[in-house]
Design a protein around this ligand. Structure first.
Ligand SMILES: Cc1cc2nc3c(=O)[nH]c(=O)nc-3n(C[C@H](O)[C@H](O)[C@H](O)COP(=O)(O)OP(=O)(O)OC[C@H]3O[C@@H](n4cnc5c(N)ncnc54)[C@H](O)[C@@H]3O)c2cc1C
Length: 633
C-alpha cells in the first residue's frame, strides 16, 4: 500500500505541522553527509544551492556543458504566486482551488495546498536574488493572467522568465560552488542509480567527453531531471531533455505515476514539414491579448485580413464566455483540434488556428504590445517569416509538459528510500492538466522550500551505513551500465537513432496524443513492441564509446521506447477522460472530458516488473474541494 505521508491537521496547518515534526540535522553534522543532485534546472539548481548553503556536501550533475543550459532557461511566460498584489480576489486558497480544478481533480490536495502557500515566498526569494520581474511604472511588481484563472497572479520577465529565474538560482549555486560546498559535474550523465540495502546511495555517471563511467556514492539522491515530453519526438522541450534518469530509477524500484498524463499546449508554431526536429512554443501569456479564431465557413481560404468580423468564429470566447481565450490548455487544445477536424483550420495544412493581436494593438498601441511580448513576436517572425504585428499568428497544439513522473510522497521521496524527486520529474502537483506558470512555481517550491526539510528529515531519522564508491552495489551498477552501452554499439544496423525515435513519436502522437481510444492504444502497444525489436537489431551508432552524441541519443531512446509502452498501457487502463488524457469513449455530449470519479479517483503508480508492469493505486481524497465536472463556461 502506497503511503503518501500526508501530515495530520487541517489543510492550512499540514505543512506547518510537517516542518515542526521533521527530524533536523545539526549544522556541524551536515558536512558529514553527501547529497547527490542530478539536474541543474530550476528544481535542481535551487535544491543544490540551498542544501550547500545549509552545510551539506553536495555533488550536482548535469549532462549540459553548463548548469545554466538546463531546459528551464526556455520558459517564457511567467511564474504564479498568490501575492494578490492586484487586489483582484486572489489568495492561497484560490490558487489551491484553481490548481486542483485545473488538474481535473487528479492531484493530491495536501501537496497542492503547500505549493500555493510556498508560492509567495518564491517571489521574495527571487527578488532578493535580483531577478528582474516586470514592474509597474511606480516600481511595484506587475502581473498578468494565465489559463484557468480569473485573477492576475503571474509574475514575469518579458517572455524570458525561465532564463531570469535560472540565472538567479545559478548565481546561488555558483556562490556555493565558490564556497566549496557544492561540486559541479557538467557533461556528466547519470546512467544508473546505486541502490544498497534497499536505499538510494548514489549514481553511475558517464563522462560525455571521455566516455568514462564513474560511481558516486552518498546519503541521499535527488533527481531533478525534468520531463519526458520528447518521447513524442516532436515537442516544445529542449532537444536533449529525456527520461533516462527517472527510467533507470524506475527499473531499480521507483514507481512511475500517471505516465499517460501529457500536456498538449494549444499555442505552438505548427509543424511545417517531415524533417522538422523540434517545435516552438508561443507562450500562453499571449492569450491575455491575442484572440483565437477560425473562419466561420468550412474551407475558407481567404487571407485573414480579407475575412470580415462577422465571418470569424472566436470559438474560445463563444464556447467558454467566462474564461474566453484563457481557458486551460487541455480545453483550448481540444477546441482547436475540433475546429481543424471540422475543416475550419487555416494555413497550407489546415492544421492551425489564428491568434490575432489586431484589437490589442489598436487598444494599447504597438509599443505596449512589444514591451510585453516583443521577443516572442520576433521569435515567431524568424521561424515563419510572417510579422505578427501585421498578420495573426498561426498556432496549433503540441506536446509541452508531462504531469506524470516518478511517484513521490508528501516529502517528495520516491518508493526507494533516500531517492527524492523534484520539479517536472515527479508527478506530484498538477493532476491530469497543468495550469500555465505553475511548473516554475513547483520547481522552485520543491528546490528552495521543500527538499531542505525532506533531506533533513530523512538523514536525521535514518541509520545510514558508510558507503564508498567501490562498494559492491556500485561496482555491479557500473558493470551493468558498461554492458548496456556495449550492447547498443553492437547492433551495426541501418537506421539512425532519430529515424527510430521519429517512428516512436508518430505512434505516440497518433494513438496516445490529444485523443486516445481503446483500439488505438492496443494497436500502439503492438507497434511499439515491434519497434523495440527493430531498434535492438537495426539501430546504427557510428563512432565509439567516447564523445559520441549518437550513442547518447540511443541510450535515451531505448528508454523512451519502454516508457512509451508504459504510457500507452496507463492510458488504456484509465478508462475515463480527465485533463490532458482524453479517451474518446468518455466524453460529455458537448465533447468535454468525462471523468469517472467512482473508479478512477486515484494515482496510478506502476512498479517495474519486466514486461508485466504492476499497477498500484493511491486513492485521492478530496476533503476541501468538492469534486465537480469542470466548467469554464
Ligand atoms: C518552451 C517552454 C516554455 C515554458 N514556459 C513556462 C512558463 O512560462 N512557466 C512555467 O511555469 N513553466 C513553463 N514551462 C515548463 C517549465 O519550463 C519546466 O517544466 C521546468 O523548467 C522544468 O524544470 P526542472 O528543473 O524540473 O527540469 P529542467 O529544467 O528540464 O532541468 C533538467 C536538468 O536535469 C539534467 N538531467 C536530466 N537527465 C540527466 C541525467 N541523466 N544526467 C545528468 N543530468 C540530467 C539536465 O541537464 C538539466 O540540468 C515551459 C516549458 C517549455 C518547453
Amino acid at each position: 500500500m502506497l503511503d503518501s505521508k500526508i501530515p495530520s491537521g487541517p489543510i492550512d496547518q499540514k505543512w506547518k505541522n510537517r516542518k515542526f515534526e521533521s527530524n533536523l540535522v545539526n549544522p556541524a553534522n551536515r558536512r558529514k553527509h553527501t547529497v547527490i543532485v542530478v539536474g541543474t534546472g530550476l528544481a535542481g539548481a535551487s535544491a543544490a544551492a540551498t542544501l550547500g548553503e545549509l552545510g551539506y556536501r553536495v555533488k550536482v550533475f548535469t549532462f549540459h556543458e553548463s548548469p545554466r543550459r538546463a531546459h528551464s532557461i526556455a520558459a517564457q511566460g511567467g511564474i504564479n504566486a498568490a501575492k494578490n498584489y492586484q487586489n483582484d480576489g486572489d489568495s492561497v486558497y484560490r490558487l489551491f482551488y484553481d490548481t486542483i480544478k485545473g488538474g481535473d481533480f487528479r492531484a493530491r490536495e495536501a501537496n497542492v495546498y503547500r505549493l500555493a502557500e510556498v508560492s509567495v515566498n518564491i517571489i521574495d526569494q527571487c527578488v532578493a536574488q535580483g531577478v528582474p520581474f516586470a514592474r509597474e511604472y511606480g516600481g511595484t511588481l506587475t502581473n498578468r493572467s494565465f489559463g484557468g484563472t480569473q485573477v492576475s497572479r503571474t509574475f514575469y520577465a518579458k517572455g524570458q522568465t525561465g532564463q531570469q529565474l535560472l540565472l538567479g538560482a545559478y548565481s546561488s549555486l555558483m556562490r556555493q560552488a565558490g564556497e566549496k560546498a557544492v561540486e559541479i559535474f557538467s557533461r556528466s550523465e547519470m546512467v544508473d542509480l546505486i541502490v544498497s540495502d534497499g536505499k538510494a546511495r548514489g549514481i553511475i555517471a558517464r563522462d560525455l567527453v571521455t566516455g568514462e563511467l564513474t560511481s558516486h556514492t552518498g546519503d541521499a539522491v535527488i533527481l531533478a531531471t525534468g520531463g519526458y515530453g520528447n518521447v513524442f519526438f516532436l515537442s516544445t522541450n529542449a532537444k536533449q531533455s529525456n527520461a533516462s534518469a527517472c527510467w533507470r530509477a524506475h527499473k531499480r524500484g521507483a514507481y512511475f505515476a500517471n505516465p499517460c498524463f501529457t500536456q498538449i499546449h494549444p499555442t505552438c508554431v505548427p509543424v511545417s514539414g517531415d524533417y522538422q526536429s523540434k517545435l516552438t512554443l508561443m507562450s500562453e501569456s499571449l492569450r491575455n491579448d491575442g484572440r483565437v479564431w477560425v473562419p466561420l465557413k468550412v474551407g475558407d481560404k481567404r487571407a485573414p485580413g480579407d475575412i470580415p468580423e462577422n465571418e470569424r468564429d472566436y470559438f474560445l470566447e463563444r464556447m467558454y464566455p467566462a474564461f474566453g481565450n484563457l481557458v486551460p490548455r487541455d480545453i483550448a487544445s481540444r477546441a482547436a483540434k475540433r475546429m481543424c477536424d471540422e475543416g475550419r483550420g487555416v494555413g497550407a495544412t489546415g492544421l492551425s488556428v489564428y491568434m490575432d493581436f489586431r484589437d490589442a494593438i489598436q487598444r494599447l498601441g504597438k509599443p505596449t504590445i512589444a514591451g510585453k511580448y516583443g521577443n516572442l513576436f520576433e521569435m515567431y517572425e524568424k521561424i515563419t517569416d510572417e510579422n505578427p504585428y501585421q498578420v495573426p499568428m498561426r498556432i496549433f497544439p503540441a506536446v509541452h509538459y508531462t504531469m506524470g513522473g516518478l511517484w513521490v510522497d508528501y516529502n517528495l521521496m520516491s518508493t526507494i528510500p533516500g531517492l527524492f524527486v523534484a520539479g517536472e520529474a515527479n508527478f506530484s502537483d498538477h493532476g491530469a492538466n497543468r495550469l500555465g506558470a505553475s511548473a516554475l512555481m513547483q520547481g522552485l517550491a520543491d528546490g528552495y522550500f521543500v527538499i531542505p526539510y525532506s533531506i533533513a528529515n530523512y538523514i536525521g531519522g535514518t541509520k545510514l551505513a558508510p558507503i564508498k564508491n567501490d562498494h559492491e552495489s556500485a561496482k555491479a551498477a557500473l558493470a551493468e551500465s558498461g554492458n548496456r552501452l556495449e550492447n547498443l554499439m553492437k547492433a551495426k544496423g541501418s537506421q539512425s537513432v532519430d529515424q527510430l525515435h521519429r517512428k516512436l513519436g508518430k505512434i505516440m502522437w497518433d494513438k496516445c496524443g490529444m485523443a486516445r481510444n481503446e483500439a488505438g492504444l492496443k494497436e500502439a502497444l503492438g507497434s511499439i513492441k515491434k519497434l523495440k525489436e527493430e531498434f535492438t537489431n537495426d539501430v546504427r551508432i557510428p563512432g565509439d564509446n567516447r564523445l559520441n552524441s549518437e550513442l547518447e541519443k540511443a541510450n535515451r531512446v531505448a528508454d523512451f521506447l519502454e516508457l512509451g509502452e508504459l504510457m500507452c498501457l496507463d492510458a488504456l487502463e484509465r478508462k475515463e477522460s480527465c485533463g490532458g488524457h482524453f479517451r474518446e469513449e468518455m466524453q460529455t455530449p458537448e465533447g468535454e472530458a468525462l471523468r469517472d470519479d467512482k473508479n478512477f479517483s486515484h494515482v496510478a503508480a506502476w512498479e517495474f516488473n519486466g514486461s508485466n508492469p504492476k499497477l498500484h493505486k493511491e486513492p485521492l481524497v478530496f476533503e476541501n474541494i468538492h469534486l465537480a465536472q469542470r466548467s469554464y463556461k
